[in-house]
Design a protein around this ligand. Structure first.
Ligand code: ZN
Length: 403
């Protein structure tokens, strides 16, 4: 559905909405659980109760068969068609370390690598150097200046760092300098479309200065750049849906994606679910009418293939629900940004259960918040970015279309 229609119909008053995301919550049957999924195995009395008085369905974060990253997965939940609103890998890397991107910034990922005397790549990850060494190398690169642009170099993890160029006239139409295999030299900086001349000049100058600084270091004596992304401000949730939104998340990446959507950040003290509930309460007190709350550990346990821990994390989230109910939201939505099946140890394309509690709903169709019940729930199967209009409607924040 066209989100510009939803935008036109949005009202600046109505109920408040909580969007609680259990990252990567969807799963597939686990043999050790006798074919149950972690959601089916977990004891979730609170989720069950909400499900029985709400409506259940499943959403496709991007599309059938498409495996999303957490960036697109969340943008979809915030009502942005993730195919239309692309956030490049470089920009996500910068957001992931809490770097505040500005409109027009060009971001790219850096891999420190090992080169031989002829400049041929021996190891694209420099033997996965420690994060400490990465930070040292980044410190060595920080003094690099390029006339007309600001340069920011930031460590990420192990051999990974990122660089951000800030200045007028930059473009993301630049080919990765990483050839993707060893035994070749890093690729020259070339444009992939016209209009990228200035960006090519800037990136090439950065690489040349960085190469001089790195060449006598060991084992990381070179660098590869990839995932060039020009950061463009997105229209915010206020612009689009007349919401006054807040975000409660413990990890920078999710705070970053939320800030793209114009959400104000609330700090969680302590940095766990109990702190997140307090932060959500404060946001409601401040008059926020949309709060995004993020629970990370369902995803990390899935990526570790640890089904027992994933079920425990689901149970932990379940025990936080009474606290969330006390915040006084009119509509509560519980879902995930994608599935992370434990047997796969990866994100996957499988649809994600979604529960909407509050507002007039077709209640009584489902009894538990599980993949199996979600597939036949009252909400049916829909695109992730269509969730927002369902939430706005449940909160009485969408006008009628036509006479
Ligand atoms: Zn995720």
């Amino acid at each position: 559905m066209a989100t510009d229609l939803v935008s036109r119909l949005s009202l600046d008053h109505g109920g408040s909405i909580l969007l609680a995301v259990m990252d990567g919550v969807g799963d597939i049957p686990i043999p050790e659980f006798g074919g149950l999924t972690p959601l089916e195995k977990a004891k979730t009395p609170n989720l069950d109760k909400l499900t029985q008085s709400g409506a259940l369905g499943q959403q496709l974060p991007v599309g059938r068969g498409i495996t999303p990253g957490s960036g697109p997965g969340h943008l979809a939940l915030f009502g942005y068609d993730p195919v239309k609103y692309l956030v490049g890998r470089g920009a996500l890397a910068a957001l992931g370390i809490g770097f505040k991107l500005q409109h027009g910034d060009l971001a790219a990922r850096i891999n420190f690598c090992t080169l031989d005397d002829a400049g041929v790549i021996l190891d694209r990850r420099a033997g996965r150097i420690s994060t400490e060494l990465c930070t040292e190398l980044v410190e060595a690169l920080k003094p690099i200046t390029i006339p007309g642009v600001e340069v920011f170099v930031e460590p990420v993890k192990e051999h990974r760092a990122c660089v951000i160029f800030r200045g007028p006239g930059l473009s993301e139409s630049i080919h990765d300098t990483d050839p993707g295999l060893v035994g070749e030299k890093p690729l020259a900086v070339i444009a992939t479309a016209s209009g990228a001349e200035r960006a090519v000049e800037v990136v090439a100058e950065f690489i040349s200065k960085a190469s001089v600084i790195l060449r006598d270091k060991t084992p990381a004596n070179g660098l590869l750049l990839r995932g060039f992304a020009l950061h463009e401000d997105l229209p915010t949730l206020k612009d689009r849906f007349k919401l006054n939104p807040a975000a409660v998340a413990l990890y920078p990446m999710y705070r970053g994606v939320a800030s793209l959507a114009g959400m104000e950040q609330y700090q969680s003290e302590p940095a766990d679910l109990s702190g997140e509930i307090k932060a959500a309460k404060n946001a409601v007190k401040d008059g926020k009418d949309f709060v995004f709350l993020h629970h990370k550990y369902t995803d990390s346990s899935g990526e570790d293939g640890d089904h027992e821990r994933k079920a425990t994390e689901i149970e932990k989230f379940d025990s936080a629900i009474p606290g969330l109910l006390e915040c006084g939201f009119d509509v509560i939505c519980i879902t995930g940004d994608h599935s992370t099946p434990c047997p796969m140890k990866l994100h996957s394309w499988h649809p994600v259960p979604v529960l909407i509690y509050g507002g007039p709903q077709r209640t009584g169709w489902s009894t538990r918040f599980t993949e199996r019940e979600a597939a036949s729930g009252a909400l049916g199967t829909f695109q992730g970015h269509e969730l927002m209009s369902l939430l706005l409607a449940a909160a009485g924040r969408l006008a009628k279309f036509g006479a």
